[in-house]
Design a protein around this ligand. Structure first.
Ligand code: NDP
Length: 294
């Protein structure tokens, strides 16, 4: 049945936010600690504004402190770096997130690498990428972390499964591959230079699509019974002329073949902010020398 195949990321994310909220309340009661997340938005990008608003709202709902910093799109790199350094020093801030993309005059890599790795709740700092790659405690990028949680929830032990990750960005594809490797999958990373993409995908027990190409993955790319995680968020014009969201996977075709699949919207998307809250909680616990909750 189709309904049983759908991985409900929205419901899982709501549960995760509740668990984070309960842990925050406990931390506050037992240690007088309120985790704090600072979000920095430079410029007026409409999608970024929506993300930042949602992040702030959900941060407060989880009982954490939310610090919003909105800067004009004329902000210089020095000004932004000065703010990041100030947040690095601020003991009430446990997590720092600089919303991407940044305006052209700013070097994103320089900004990300100025964030204190212990406060890098997006997990984009090279230190955290290196820790993840070498199997040490890291702050892990939120979107792939959310994908891994959904996979473990659905499949249990992932050992020995063949995972194919479509996309090799530093934000999604690469950390996703590292997490799956850490969970003992055999991992293939495919990208725009991969020779026979459909054939690679058909070998997957687990297929994670993070390419940013609307409905690129077709039903006949999927092995019967495979688990499909669709990270893509693409806005396309529907037959009625209205915009709608689709993933990187042709859902209607894929759901017939797959064993389980995340929908768009309502799959991976809601997991990202929930994992951001979980990372902020982890960072706050580590800052106090307390064990991070599971
Ligand atoms: P990037 O554009 O940074 O990376 C895309 C990757 O896909 C690249 O590695 C690229 O290969 C590969 N790719 C592009 N076109 C093809 C193709 N035709 N065939 C094979 N591989 C291809 O995107 P992101 O990783 O940042 O994001 C991917 C998708 O996930 C987007 O739709 C984005 O909106 C969504 N997203 C969703 C999030 C969420 O919260 N759910 C969070 C972050 C992203 P190459 O390296 O060779 O160029």
């Amino acid at each position: 049945k189709i309904a049983e195949k759908i991985i409900d990321g929205k419901a899982f994310a709501a549960g995760l936010r509740e668990r984070v909220g309960a842990a925050v309340a406990k931390l506050n009661a037992e240690h007088g600690l309120t985790p704090g997340l600072a979000v920095v938005l430079v410029g007026e990008d409409p999608a970024s504004q929506v993300y930042v608003r949602n992040k702030a709202k959900q941060t407060k709902e989880a009982g954490m402190a939310s610090f919003e910093h909105r800067l004009p799109d004329t902000t210089s790199q020095e000004e932004l770096l000065a703010l990041v350094k100030q947040l690095n020093e601020d003991p009430s801030v446990h997590g720092i997130l600089v919303q991407l993309p940044l305006p052209k005059q700013i070097d994103s890599a320089a900004v990300l690498d100025t964030i204190d790795p212990a406060k890098d709740v997006d997990g984009f700092h090279v230190i955290n990428a290196g820790r993840l790659a070498t199997g040490q405690d890291a702050l892990v990028p939120c979107t792939p972390l959310g994908c891994l949680m959904l996979l473990k929830d659905r499949l249990g032990d992932l050992s020995g499964k063949h995972a194919v990750v479509l996309g090799r960005s530093n934000i999604v594809g690469k950390p996703m591959a590292q997490l799956l490797l850490g969970a003992n999958c055999t991992v293939t990373i495919a990208h725009s230079r991969t020779k026979d993409l459909p054939a690679e995908c058909r070998r997957a027990d687990i297929l994670v699509a993070a390419v940013g190409r609307p409905e690129m993955v077709r039903g006949d790319w999927i092995a019967p019974g495979a688990t499909v995680i669709d990270v893509g968020i693409n806005r396309i014009e529907g037959a009625d002329g209205k915009n709608r969201l689709v993933g990187d996977v042709a859902f209607e075709e894929a759901v017939k073949v797959a064993g389980a699949i995340t929908p768009v919207p309502g799959g991976v998307g809601p997991m990202t902010i929930a994992c951001l809250l979980a990372n902020t909680l982890t960072a706050a616990c580590r800052a106090k020398g307390l064990p991070a909750p599971e």
